[in-house]
Write a new protein. Structure first.
Length: 57
């Protein structure tokens, strides 16, 4: 069984900003992020996943 740890504050905040930018881009509020909205959300979730699996990330 994998032992999960809470993500560090910087990793959580970066993933929150990336996810928020991706959602805002998809909804049309942040036009610069609109073409890459899927990849911003994917990166945010992968960063959050990795920071819960690996300690100190």
């Amino acid at each position: 069984m994998i032992k999960l740890t809470p993500p560090s504050t910087p990793a959580f905040l970066i993933s929150l900003l990336l996810g928020g930018a991706g959602i805002a881009g998809k909804l049309g509020y942040f036009a610069i992020a609109a073409p890459n909205a899927f990849w911003l959300l994917t990166t945010a979730f992968v960063l959050l996943l990795l920071s819960t699996i690996f300690r100190g990330l």
